[in-house]
Design a protein around this ligand. Structure first.
Ligand SMILES: O=C1O[C@H](COP(=O)(O)O)[C@@H](O)[C@H](O)[C@H]1O
Length: 223
């Protein structure tokens, strides 16, 4: 794990957007398509504001969320909505988005179709992860039912999780898929998340899921 510290969040956003664009461009030099899995929540939006303008062959890039909340794609809790509004604009509007939420279905009924829709995108070319202060990443929350299976090296690509702390079911890329991404970036802001990441290194993954996906990870931190 390599940690890069930035003076502020604006500088971090510009630099991470540039690195992701470079990673995607490099991948496209030797592959017909590239996949990028990006976190939801609040952290990545300023990075998307820069990344969306990158001069890339966006029509050859497939974008997915690292995880989704089982809510309508117009809900303000939808990760897809945030990605649509902040990343899939400007030049990046030419990218193909692969949704994880399926209207009028339960996650259990939809998961097989969603897994099929991402099978050709694996391993993920570029990963942009976030992390909560509770050390969850994507929707792999500490102690949630189903976490142990989602941490297994043989886990399916996607897991359904229903954390008690959250108002809706979640669907998440499993630790195996997150950890196997070719180029990996984790972005965290503030002293509390920095401390949480340090703590995670000392804990089992069931208590600190971020610890399961840190192989060859570049961590970007700003106060
Ligand atoms: O619920 C989620 O939380 C994490 C962290 O979110 P943040 O707002 O603290 O950045 C996020 O990475 C994940 O994709 C999201 O669904």
């Amino acid at each position: 794990m390599n940690i890069i510290e930035y003076a502020d969040r604006d500088m971090l956003a510009i630099d991470v957007a540039n690195q992701i664009a470079e990673d995607l461009n490099t991948h496209l030099l030797s592959h017909e398509t590239a996949s990028v899995a990006v976190a939801g929540g609040t952290t990545p939006a300023p990075i998307f504001d820069d990344l969306c303008a990158a001069d890339l062959a966006w029509s050859r890039i497939r974008v997915m969320a690292t995880d989704e909340r089982w809510v309508d794609s117009n809900s303000d809790r939808s990760n897809a909505r945030m990605i649509r509004e902040r990343l899939l604009v400007n030049r990046a509007a030419a990218a193909k988005f692969v949704p994880f939420y399926v209207q009028n279905q339960d996650p259990e009924d939809a998961i097989g179709g969603i897994e099929a829709s991402i099978s050709s995108d694996l391993p993920i070319s570029v990963l942009l992860l976030g992390m909560g202060e509770d050390m969850h990443t994507a929707s792999l929350f500490p102690g949630v039912q189903g976490l142990r299976a989602a941490l297994e090296p043989t886990a399916p690509a996607l897991a359904i999780l229903r954390p008690d702390s959250q108002p809706e079911a979640r669907i998440s890329l499993s630790a195996r898929v997150l950890d196997a991404a070719i180029s990996k970036h984790l972005v965290i802001y503030g002293a509390e998340k920095r401390k949480a990441l340090q703590r995670a290194l000392l804990l089992p993954a069931e208590e600190a899921p971020i610890g399961a996906v840190l192989t060859a990870m570049t961590v970007h931190w700003a106060p």
